[in-house]
Design a protein around this ligand. Structure first.
Ligand code: HEC
Ligand code: HEC
Ligand code: HEC
Ligand code: HEC
Ligand code: HEC
Ligand code: HEC
Length: 261
């Protein structure tokens, strides 16, 4: 009895300190439409352009993570790809789609007027009025989630509300169908902390295999990599995606699902 109480106390303490680490250190929690937003300004302002705003909520509803982060090659850390106007114009990065065929065209060398509507759909920091997609209208009948975008993306995909494209002609290579790996449990190292059910099947829909293996998880053997909640909060392992784009770490129960016995 005393022992159980002690563990419960320890657990509560952990919960409190971890939650504080989450809410205390970080800046204000992003609003649903801001979650997964990336601002790009490696070159824009220096060239007299307004910085670029990229929204995951719109793009992830249309395309898989794998398509952009493996086939097209965007980095998994904001600002590190180093996208240039010239890359886009030659059909790389944003220009893989924003080429006037798959989507409206990206950069040109001749700057029309700085606030030309052609440019300002992307070069839009601080000017939301120039966007044509409205978050609320676009997502109004999506299944709701508690955190992040306020959307249950897993359900949105499973129920066919969205069907993210995983292949882009001229960019992707035709691949054999993936052999999907078994789902498994991860056992948290603290007694009383609910176990985690990790679904390979559900993750593969979005991420293929290559987005996780071998860069984020070596994946040779379950249990070979030791990861702790602290490392996850630091943006490693599960935290690579579950702090910025997939549902955030605040949603403890979505990972720690298995009941404690
Ligand atoms: C249309 C392309 C596209 C799709 C689809 C896409 N991303 Fe991204 N993602 C990007 C770009 C562009 C960046 C910014 C890269 C940069 O700044 O160098 C980015 C950045 C990220 C980052 C880093 C964010 C940060 O704040 O540091 C993560 C994590 C990420 N994406 C995960 C995902 C996940 C998970 C999915 C699927 C649910 C996904 N992305 C779908 C294009 C995409
Ligand atoms: C589909 C989105 C998109 C559109 C539309 C777009 N751009 Fe860009 N542009 C980018 C991205 C992404 C960057 C890199 C942002 C950064 O890191 O500063 C960029 C960078 C630039 C730069 C910085 C210099 C350089 O060498 O990279 C210039 C200049 C530029 N764009 C001009 C334009 C002009 C002019 C238009 C309108 C005709 C335009 N862009 C439309 C996405 C876009
Ligand atoms: C895999 C394809 C793909 C890639 C890569 C991609 N986009 Fe898009 N993007 C789209 C599609 C499709 C749309 C919807 C276009 C439409 O309906 O007119 C879109 C829409 C947008 C919008 C529209 C916002 C609005 O409401 O008007 C912006 C801004 C945008 N993309 C920025 C970017 C930037 C910046 C990059 C690169 C960092 C990028 N996209 C990379 C496919 C892509
Ligand atoms: C979201 C990330 C993610 C994706 C996507 C993913 N895996 Fe894994 N995989 C893991 C994790 C986590 C482990 C546990 C091992 C570890 O911690 O390194 C693992 C373990 C494995 C193992 C070892 C299994 C065992 O029982 O020891 C294999 C084999 C594997 N993955 C193959 C694949 C294949 C094939 C795909 C695509 C169909 C895939 N994975 C997609 C995260 C992922
Ligand atoms: C490469 C990016 C990535 C990594 C790494 C990753 N996930 Fe996910 N995960 C996703 C995406 C995308 C979804 C879809 C839901 C969303 O975006 O909110 C998802 C969904 C889930 C779900 C909900 C599935 C369901 O049953 O409804 C759980 C639980 C989950 N992840 C746990 C984990 C755990 C635990 C790890 C680490 C072992 C991990 N994820 C690593 C991207 C990732
Ligand atoms: C994206 C999935 C995910 C979310 C969300 C999540 N965790 Fe975890 N948690 C994990 C994984 C994976 C482990 C490590 C399990 C292992 O190594 O076998 C873990 C381990 C733990 C542990 C055990 C101690 C340690 O450091 O390993 C505690 C305590 C914990 N989490 C608390 C929390 C709390 C509190 C929240 C909510 C604020 C939370 N977790 C949200 C995936 C998650």
């Amino acid at each position: 009895m005393k022992k159980t109480l002690f563990f419960t106390g320890l657990l509560l303490l952990l919960f409190a300190s971890l939650s504080l680490a989450l809410t205390g250190v970080k800046k204000r929690r992003p609003l649903p439409y801001e979650y997964g937003r990336v601002e790009l300004n490696n070159f824009s302002e220096k060239a007299g352009q307004i910085p670029v705003v990229f929204d995951h909520w719109l793009h992830r509803a249309k395309f898989t993570c794998r398509l952009c982060h493996v086939d097209i090659g965007f980095a998994m850390k904001a600002g590190t790809t180093g996208i240039k106007a010239a890359d886009n114009m030659q059909g790389y990065y944003c220009g893989s789609c924003h080429n006037d065929k798959t989507a409206f065209a990206a950069c040109t060398t001749t700057i029309p007027r700085q606030n030309s509507s052609k440019c300002s759909r992307c070069h839009s920091l601080g000017r939301t009025a120039v966007k044509q997609y409205d978050f609320r209208t676009f997502t109004q009948d999506f299944p709701k989630g508690r955190f992040g975008n306020g959307i249950d993306w897993e359900q949105a995909e499973a129920t066919g509300k969205i069907a993210p494209i995983d292949f882009l002609a001229g960019v992707s290579i035709q691949r054999d169908a993936l052999v999907v790996q078994k789902d498994f449990d991860l056992i948290a190292k603290v007694k009383g902390m609910p176990e985690i059910i990790f679904s390979h099947k559900k993750h593969t829909v979005w991420n293929g295999c290559e987005l996780c293996h071998p860069e984020i998880f070596l994946g040779v053997k379950k249990g070979a990599t030791q990861y702790s909640m602290t490392e996850i909060y630091d943006g490693k392992y599960c935290g690579v995606c579950h702090s910025t784009v997939a549902f955030p770490l605040l949603d403890c129960q979505r990972c720690h699902t298995k009941q404690v016995q």
